[in-house]
Ligand binder design. Structure first.
Ligand code: ZN
Length: 293
Protein backbone atom coordinates (compact mmCIF):
# COMPACT_ATOMS: atom_id res chain seq x y z
CA UNK A 1 0.00 0.00 0.00
CA UNK A 2 1.24 3.47 -0.88
CA UNK A 3 0.49 6.77 0.83
CA UNK A 4 -3.12 7.92 0.93
CA UNK A 5 -5.29 10.65 2.43
CA UNK A 6 -3.05 13.56 1.59
CA UNK A 7 -2.52 16.83 -0.25
CA UNK A 8 0.71 16.89 -2.22
CA UNK A 9 1.77 20.36 -3.41
CA UNK A 10 4.13 20.45 -6.38
CA UNK A 11 5.83 22.72 -8.86
CA UNK A 12 6.54 22.16 -12.53
CA UNK A 13 10.00 23.64 -12.90
CA UNK A 14 10.32 24.94 -16.47
CA UNK A 15 7.17 27.05 -16.66
CA UNK A 16 7.12 27.60 -12.85
CA UNK A 17 3.56 26.38 -12.42
CA UNK A 18 2.10 25.39 -9.09
CA UNK A 19 -0.26 22.56 -8.45
CA UNK A 20 -1.65 20.11 -5.96
CA UNK A 21 -2.56 16.46 -6.02
CA UNK A 22 -5.16 15.12 -3.59
CA UNK A 23 -5.68 11.46 -2.85
CA UNK A 24 -8.39 10.13 -0.58
CA UNK A 25 -8.51 6.47 0.38
CA UNK A 26 -9.54 5.13 3.81
CA UNK A 27 -10.75 8.57 4.88
CA UNK A 28 -13.24 8.87 1.98
CA UNK A 29 -14.35 5.31 2.56
CA UNK A 30 -14.91 5.92 6.29
CA UNK A 31 -16.96 9.08 5.72
CA UNK A 32 -19.07 7.63 2.90
CA UNK A 33 -19.73 4.30 4.61
CA UNK A 34 -20.83 6.02 7.79
CA UNK A 35 -23.43 7.98 5.81
CA UNK A 36 -24.53 5.06 3.64
CA UNK A 37 -26.03 7.35 0.96
CA UNK A 38 -27.30 6.08 -2.41
CA UNK A 39 -24.32 5.65 -4.79
CA UNK A 40 -25.01 8.78 -6.87
CA UNK A 41 -25.07 10.95 -3.72
CA UNK A 42 -22.03 9.21 -2.23
CA UNK A 43 -20.10 9.76 -5.44
CA UNK A 44 -20.95 13.46 -5.50
CA UNK A 45 -19.96 13.87 -1.84
CA UNK A 46 -16.66 12.09 -2.55
CA UNK A 47 -16.04 14.71 -5.25
CA UNK A 48 -16.89 17.46 -2.76
CA UNK A 49 -14.43 16.06 -0.21
CA UNK A 50 -11.63 15.89 -2.79
CA UNK A 51 -12.44 19.40 -4.07
CA UNK A 52 -12.51 20.85 -0.55
CA UNK A 53 -9.05 19.42 0.12
CA UNK A 54 -7.80 20.63 -3.27
CA UNK A 55 -9.03 24.21 -2.81
CA UNK A 56 -8.06 24.42 0.87
CA UNK A 57 -4.56 23.36 -0.14
CA UNK A 58 -4.31 26.51 -2.27
CA UNK A 59 -4.89 28.81 0.70
CA UNK A 60 -2.90 29.86 3.68
CA UNK A 61 -5.30 29.88 6.60
CA UNK A 62 -5.68 28.89 10.23
CA UNK A 63 -9.20 27.67 10.76
CA UNK A 64 -11.85 26.02 8.63
CA UNK A 65 -12.34 25.98 4.88
CA UNK A 66 -15.90 25.10 3.83
CA UNK A 67 -17.21 24.18 0.42
CA UNK A 68 -20.99 24.12 0.09
CA UNK A 69 -23.57 23.60 -2.63
CA UNK A 70 -27.23 24.54 -2.40
CA UNK A 71 -29.73 24.00 -5.16
CA UNK A 72 -33.30 23.12 -6.12
CA UNK A 73 -32.42 19.59 -7.29
CA UNK A 74 -32.86 16.31 -5.38
CA UNK A 75 -29.58 16.97 -3.50
CA UNK A 76 -30.51 20.29 -1.92
CA UNK A 77 -27.37 20.76 0.16
CA UNK A 78 -23.85 19.40 0.34
CA UNK A 79 -21.13 20.52 2.71
CA UNK A 80 -17.49 19.52 2.98
CA UNK A 81 -15.05 21.24 5.29
CA UNK A 82 -11.40 20.87 6.14
CA UNK A 83 -9.44 22.39 9.01
CA UNK A 84 -5.94 23.75 8.58
CA UNK A 85 -4.86 20.72 10.65
CA UNK A 86 -6.22 18.43 7.93
CA UNK A 87 -9.48 17.11 9.47
CA UNK A 88 -12.02 16.56 6.69
CA UNK A 89 -15.75 15.86 6.95
CA UNK A 90 -18.89 16.25 4.86
CA UNK A 91 -22.57 15.43 4.42
CA UNK A 92 -25.43 15.75 1.96
CA UNK A 93 -29.14 16.50 2.37
CA UNK A 94 -31.33 15.03 -0.33
CA UNK A 95 -34.82 13.93 -1.25
CA UNK A 96 -34.49 10.22 -2.05
CA UNK A 97 -37.80 10.13 -3.94
CA UNK A 98 -36.54 12.72 -6.43
CA UNK A 99 -33.15 11.11 -7.17
CA UNK A 100 -32.72 10.22 -10.85
CA UNK A 101 -31.91 6.63 -11.84
CA UNK A 102 -28.30 5.61 -11.11
CA UNK A 103 -25.95 6.62 -13.89
CA UNK A 104 -27.53 10.02 -14.41
CA UNK A 105 -25.29 11.93 -12.04
CA UNK A 106 -24.70 15.32 -13.65
CA UNK A 107 -24.73 18.48 -11.54
CA UNK A 108 -27.87 19.89 -13.25
CA UNK A 109 -29.73 16.63 -12.62
CA UNK A 110 -28.66 16.11 -8.98
CA UNK A 111 -28.13 19.64 -7.68
CA UNK A 112 -30.36 21.63 -10.03
CA UNK A 113 -30.04 25.38 -10.16
CA UNK A 114 -28.22 26.94 -7.25
CA UNK A 115 -24.88 28.02 -5.91
CA UNK A 116 -21.47 26.79 -4.96
CA UNK A 117 -19.88 28.73 -2.15
CA UNK A 118 -16.69 28.55 -0.22
CA UNK A 119 -15.83 30.16 3.03
CA UNK A 120 -12.70 30.50 5.09
CA UNK A 121 -13.42 30.96 8.78
CA UNK A 122 -10.40 31.86 10.85
CA UNK A 123 -12.20 32.45 14.13
CA UNK A 124 -14.18 35.27 15.69
CA UNK A 125 -11.74 38.09 15.25
CA UNK A 126 -10.88 37.94 11.57
CA UNK A 127 -12.89 38.55 8.42
CA UNK A 128 -14.57 35.63 6.77
CA UNK A 129 -13.58 35.26 3.18
CA UNK A 130 -16.33 34.04 0.91
CA UNK A 131 -16.54 33.20 -2.77
CA UNK A 132 -19.80 32.28 -4.46
CA UNK A 133 -20.75 31.25 -7.99
CA UNK A 134 -23.80 29.82 -9.74
CA UNK A 135 -23.80 26.09 -10.35
CA UNK A 136 -22.82 26.21 -13.99
CA UNK A 137 -21.39 23.04 -15.47
CA UNK A 138 -21.99 19.33 -15.89
CA UNK A 139 -19.62 18.41 -13.04
CA UNK A 140 -18.49 19.95 -9.76
CA UNK A 141 -15.02 20.43 -11.26
CA UNK A 142 -16.63 22.46 -14.07
CA UNK A 143 -18.46 24.61 -11.51
CA UNK A 144 -15.23 25.37 -9.63
CA UNK A 145 -13.50 26.10 -12.89
CA UNK A 146 -16.32 28.48 -13.75
CA UNK A 147 -15.72 30.30 -10.47
CA UNK A 148 -12.05 30.88 -11.20
CA UNK A 149 -12.79 31.97 -14.76
CA UNK A 150 -15.31 34.47 -13.51
CA UNK A 151 -13.23 35.80 -10.63
CA UNK A 152 -10.24 36.25 -12.97
CA UNK A 153 -7.88 35.91 -10.01
CA UNK A 154 -6.32 32.75 -11.18
CA UNK A 155 -6.16 30.63 -14.28
CA UNK A 156 -6.48 27.02 -13.29
CA UNK A 157 -7.20 23.54 -14.54
CA UNK A 158 -8.80 20.75 -12.54
CA UNK A 159 -9.28 17.01 -12.79
CA UNK A 160 -11.38 14.98 -10.42
CA UNK A 161 -12.03 11.25 -10.18
CA UNK A 162 -13.99 8.98 -7.85
CA UNK A 163 -13.92 5.20 -7.87
CA UNK A 164 -15.29 2.33 -5.87
CA UNK A 165 -13.10 -0.73 -5.94
CA UNK A 166 -13.61 -3.82 -3.83
CA UNK A 167 -16.40 -1.97 -2.02
CA UNK A 168 -14.04 0.85 -0.96
CA UNK A 169 -14.46 4.45 -2.04
CA UNK A 170 -11.50 6.39 -3.35
CA UNK A 171 -11.10 9.87 -4.79
CA UNK A 172 -8.33 11.78 -6.51
CA UNK A 173 -7.97 15.34 -7.71
CA UNK A 174 -5.37 17.36 -9.54
CA UNK A 175 -5.15 21.12 -9.93
CA UNK A 176 -2.75 23.32 -11.83
CA UNK A 177 -2.67 27.06 -11.40
CA UNK A 178 -1.05 29.85 -13.25
CA UNK A 179 -0.01 33.26 -12.04
CA UNK A 180 -0.62 36.38 -14.18
CA UNK A 181 1.70 36.32 -17.24
CA UNK A 182 4.93 38.39 -17.17
CA UNK A 183 4.77 41.88 -18.71
CA UNK A 184 7.62 41.16 -21.12
CA UNK A 185 6.07 39.76 -24.31
CA UNK A 186 8.84 37.20 -25.04
CA UNK A 187 8.64 35.88 -21.46
CA UNK A 188 4.88 35.85 -21.68
CA UNK A 189 5.06 33.70 -24.80
CA UNK A 190 7.36 31.19 -23.08
CA UNK A 191 5.01 31.13 -20.08
CA UNK A 192 2.03 30.56 -22.39
CA UNK A 193 3.81 27.65 -24.10
CA UNK A 194 4.68 26.11 -20.73
CA UNK A 195 1.09 26.42 -19.55
CA UNK A 196 -0.29 24.79 -22.70
CA UNK A 197 2.22 21.95 -22.44
CA UNK A 198 1.31 21.36 -18.79
CA UNK A 199 -2.38 21.33 -19.72
CA UNK A 200 -1.80 18.70 -22.37
CA UNK A 201 0.19 16.55 -19.90
CA UNK A 202 -2.61 16.97 -17.42
CA UNK A 203 -5.24 16.04 -20.01
CA UNK A 204 -3.45 12.73 -20.48
CA UNK A 205 -4.12 11.58 -16.90
CA UNK A 206 -6.69 8.81 -16.67
CA UNK A 207 -9.29 8.75 -13.90
CA UNK A 208 -8.00 5.32 -12.88
CA UNK A 209 -4.54 6.83 -12.29
CA UNK A 210 -5.95 9.54 -10.02
CA UNK A 211 -7.57 6.90 -7.81
CA UNK A 212 -4.95 4.12 -8.14
CA UNK A 213 -4.13 2.84 -4.64
CA UNK A 214 -0.93 1.20 -5.89
CA UNK A 215 0.53 4.28 -7.53
CA UNK A 216 2.52 6.61 -5.26
CA UNK A 217 1.39 10.23 -5.67
CA UNK A 218 4.93 11.39 -6.46
CA UNK A 219 5.21 8.67 -9.13
CA UNK A 220 2.02 9.90 -10.77
CA UNK A 221 3.35 13.48 -10.89
CA UNK A 222 6.60 12.26 -12.41
CA UNK A 223 4.71 10.21 -14.98
CA UNK A 224 2.70 13.26 -16.04
CA UNK A 225 5.13 16.16 -15.88
CA UNK A 226 8.71 14.80 -15.94
CA UNK A 227 9.48 16.35 -19.34
CA UNK A 228 9.40 19.83 -17.81
CA UNK A 229 10.78 18.77 -14.45
CA UNK A 230 8.47 18.37 -11.50
CA UNK A 231 9.22 18.82 -7.83
CA UNK A 232 6.92 17.55 -5.12
CA UNK A 233 6.86 19.33 -1.77
CA UNK A 234 6.00 17.99 1.66
CA UNK A 235 2.79 15.99 1.90
CA UNK A 236 -0.01 17.30 4.11
CA UNK A 237 -1.82 14.48 5.85
CA UNK A 238 -5.62 14.45 5.91
CA UNK A 239 -7.88 12.57 8.31
CA UNK A 240 -11.59 12.03 8.80
CA UNK A 241 -12.56 14.25 11.71
CA UNK A 242 -15.63 15.93 13.14
CA UNK A 243 -15.73 18.89 15.51
CA UNK A 244 -19.12 18.20 17.03
CA UNK A 245 -19.40 17.83 20.82
CA UNK A 246 -22.06 17.55 23.50
CA UNK A 247 -21.24 21.13 24.55
CA UNK A 248 -21.96 22.47 21.06
CA UNK A 249 -25.25 20.61 20.77
CA UNK A 250 -26.20 21.95 24.23
CA UNK A 251 -25.52 25.49 23.05
CA UNK A 252 -27.90 24.97 20.12
CA UNK A 253 -30.62 23.58 22.40
CA UNK A 254 -30.23 26.43 24.90
CA UNK A 255 -30.64 28.93 22.06
CA UNK A 256 -33.87 27.30 20.82
CA UNK A 257 -37.19 29.19 20.96
CA UNK A 258 -39.09 28.24 24.14
CA UNK A 259 -41.98 26.53 22.30
CA UNK A 260 -39.64 24.26 20.31
CA UNK A 261 -37.76 23.33 23.46
CA UNK A 262 -41.08 22.65 25.20
CA UNK A 263 -42.06 20.33 22.34
CA UNK A 264 -38.83 18.35 22.85
CA UNK A 265 -39.50 18.15 26.61
CA UNK A 266 -43.00 16.85 25.92
CA UNK A 267 -41.47 13.94 24.00
CA UNK A 268 -39.50 13.06 27.14
CA UNK A 269 -36.15 12.80 25.38
CA UNK A 270 -34.27 14.48 22.55
CA UNK A 271 -31.83 12.64 20.31
CA UNK A 272 -29.74 14.99 18.19
CA UNK A 273 -27.72 13.42 15.40
CA UNK A 274 -24.66 15.18 13.96
CA UNK A 275 -25.18 15.42 10.21
CA UNK A 276 -21.47 15.23 9.52
CA UNK A 277 -20.54 12.11 11.51
CA UNK A 278 -23.91 10.59 12.55
CA UNK A 279 -22.91 10.65 16.23
CA UNK A 280 -25.98 10.80 18.48
CA UNK A 281 -26.41 13.02 21.51
CA UNK A 282 -29.19 12.15 23.95
CA UNK A 283 -30.81 14.57 26.38
CA UNK A 284 -33.42 13.44 28.93
CA UNK A 285 -36.41 15.52 30.01
CA UNK A 286 -34.73 16.78 33.17
CA UNK A 287 -31.71 18.06 31.24
CA UNK A 288 -33.95 19.69 28.62
CA UNK A 289 -35.93 21.43 31.37
CA UNK A 290 -32.73 22.84 32.79
CA UNK A 291 -32.05 24.51 29.40
CA UNK A 292 -35.29 26.45 29.55
CA UNK A 293 -34.16 28.48 32.55
ZN1 ZN B 1 -20.06 15.13 14.26
Amino acid sequence: MVADDLILPFQIEAPALRGRLVRLGPLADEILHRHDYPPSVARLLAEMLALAALLAGALKYEGVFTLQTSGDGPVRLMVADVTSAGALRGYAQFDASRLPPEGDASVPRLLGAGHLAFTVDQGDFTDRYQGIVELDGATLADCVHHYFRQSEQLQCALRLAVAQSGGCWRAGALMLQRLPPPADSAEAEVAEDGWRRALSFMASVRSAELTDADLAPEALLYRLFHEDGVRAFRRHALSAGCRCSRERVEQVLRAMPADELAALQAEGEAVITCEFCSRQYRFDRQTLESFAA
